[in-house]
Ligand binder design. Sequence first.
Ligand code: DOR
Length: 433
Amino acid sequence: MAQWLIQNGHLIDPANGLDDVMDIRVVDGKVVNVAKSLKAEDADEIVDANGLIVSPGFIDIHCHLREPGQEAKEDLFTGTASAAAGGFTTILTMANTRPVIDQAIIVAGMKHKIQTDSVVRVEITGAVTKGLEGKELAEIGDMAQAGIRAISDDGNYVSDGRLMRAALEYASMFDIPVISHSEDCCLVADGVMHEGCVSAKLGLRGRPAEAENIAVARELMLAEMTGAHIHIAHVSSKGAVELIRAAKAKGIKVTAEVTPHHLCLVDKTIESFDSAFKVNPPLRTNEHIVALLEGLKDGTLDAIATDHAPHAYEEKDCEFNEAPCGFAGFETAFSVLHSRFVQSGEWSLQELIQKMTAGPAAAFNWQDRGHLSEGGLADLVLIDPKKEWIVDPSTMLTRGKSCPFTGMEMVGQVVRTMVNGKWVYQNGKIFRD
Ligand code: DOR
């Protein structure tokens, strides 16, 4: 297998406390040395990373690849190519496919297809309930034995508290987290955006922040009762941050993620009636963003996750009320946050990289990911922190061309991605065996 020497890059590896110009030698899919001034030895290629950031590959613990069944939106190849372009080397795909991933046989089929079609590591989430219908538990034990890394009905809240309790109990037997899409179904009803002044002005039905707060509160109480690990997906409300902070202080086993769109965009954008801004939970207000940022800073929120949720262009190209929720997220995640928070000096680059590498790895106890340690996996990314570019979905590798950051000017971009010691992405191109 190939041997690479990556020289003179600025290595940022928060898990190992590294933040310095260093060289990395990769042999047979493993990081062999991380040190200053390594010799070329038998390297097949010496990569001059002068002026570039070298980071552990990003980990996305929340995305939708749409396979099986909805390949018009995305498939394993287009989804993982898009992930590689965004610097993600491990992603966790959700169960709301067609058929739903609710049986071990479907997990086995997915694993097989992942081996042939994926360019990054894909981990699988199984459903909590059969068909995501919220009525009967899915084959949690069998799916755990088949290799799922979490369970979730993401897209839906599991309204039946008794079922959720049982799911938490089962999941803890297999040492996997339960990921909760926390929005009380009755309170959100058929709302299409955050409930507030803007929804009132536009005459659009609202989804109140309280729907999220109430749903999160139940999950935290059930996690305390069962001792199981609850992970709160795409936290978007101030109240949810406060509840999770208090639960962590009490020792409840809870982790949580936040998305780039909930950190950067507000409900006011919907005055354009552009369905690219339609997502669940909805974009909220500045008051909520301030709380999310505080939650990230103090560790209440462990990770940044994309919730990459591609839809076919024709599906999104309709009236706001009718459009499906969600949009592409892999290829903009790092750049959006770098441009908005690192360039402005509000975050250090180390803080951003921590929340995209060591943070998600620690949240799900994936000890072999999220760091560049000697002897560890060679999953890494090269970033040009000065590269200026404009978001243009037509050049993206995802099939989901709807993106709320379209037309925005970015500073900083992933230029090269390595998975298991192989370069899978470089400057717009994918490489596969
Ligand atoms: O906006 C969303 N879209 N939120 C979700 O939770 C699900 C996702 C999807 O699958 O499209």
